[in-house]
Write a protein that binds this ligand. Structure first.
Ligand code: HEC
Length: 132
C-alpha cells in the first residue's frame, strides 16, 4: 500500500513537471524577457529619447505599441525589421516621406518637418520593442 502511494506520487510529480514544461515554456520565457527588457529599456537613452519625440508628435494618433490602429502596432514593426543602421535609416525616411505598401493600402502621412536625426531616434525606440 505504501509502495503504491509512492508510485502514484512520483507519477503525479512527473505529470506535473511535464505539463509545466509543455504548457508554459513559451509564456514563461516571453514574460521573463519582456520583464527584463522593459527594465533595461528604461535605462536605454535611445528608448527614452525616442519615446519623448513620438509622444510630442502625432504618431500616437495612428500607432499604439501593441495594437493596430490606423498604422501597425509598433511591436509588429519591431518584429518585422532587424535593428540595423540600414533599417533605421530606411524607416526614418519612410516616416518623413510617408507612404503605404508595407502593411497595407493605408498610407502614413508624411512628416516633412521632422529632421532625419529625430526620425531615426523615433525608429530606434520602435525597434527596441521587438519581442521575438
Ligand atoms: C495618419 C496616421 C499615421 C501617423 C500620424 C503616423 N503613422 Fe506611421 N504608419 C501609418 C500607416 C498606415 C503605416 C503603414 C504604412 C505601410 O503600409 O507601408 C505606418 C507605418 C509606420 C512605420 C513602419 C514603416 C514600414 O515601411 O514598415 C513606422 C516605423 C512608423 N509608421 C512610424 C511612425 C512615426 C514615428 C510617426 C510619428 C512621427 C508615425 N508613424 C505617424 C500611419 C501613421
Amino acid at each position: 500500500m505504501k509502495k503504491y502511494f509512492v508510485i502514484v506520487a512520483v507519477v503525479a510529480a512527473v505529470a506535473a513537471c511535464n505539463s509545466n514544461t509543455n504548457s508554459s515554456t513559451t509564456s514563461d520565457s516571453s514574460a521573463g524577457t519582456s520583464a527584463s527588457t522593459s527594465s533595461d529599456l528604461n535605462n536605454n537613452p535611445d528608448y527614452k529619447k525616442g519615446l519623448d519625440l513620438i509622444a510630442s508628435n502625432d504618431c500616437l494618433t495612428c500607432h499604439k505599441v501593441d495594437e493596430k490602429v490606423t498604422g501597425p502596432a509598433y511591436r509588429d514593426v519591431a518584429n518585422k525589421y532587424d535593428n540595423t543602421d540600414a533599417n533605421v535609416k530606411m524607416l526614418a525616411q519612410k516616416v518623413i516621406t510617408g507612404g503605404s505598401g508595407n502593411w497595407g493600402a493605408v498610407a502614413m502621412t508624411p512628416h516633412p518637418s521632422l529632421s532625419q536625426a529625430d526620425a531615426e531616434q523615433m525608429v530606434k525606440y520602435i525597434l527596441l520593442l521587438k519581442n521575438k
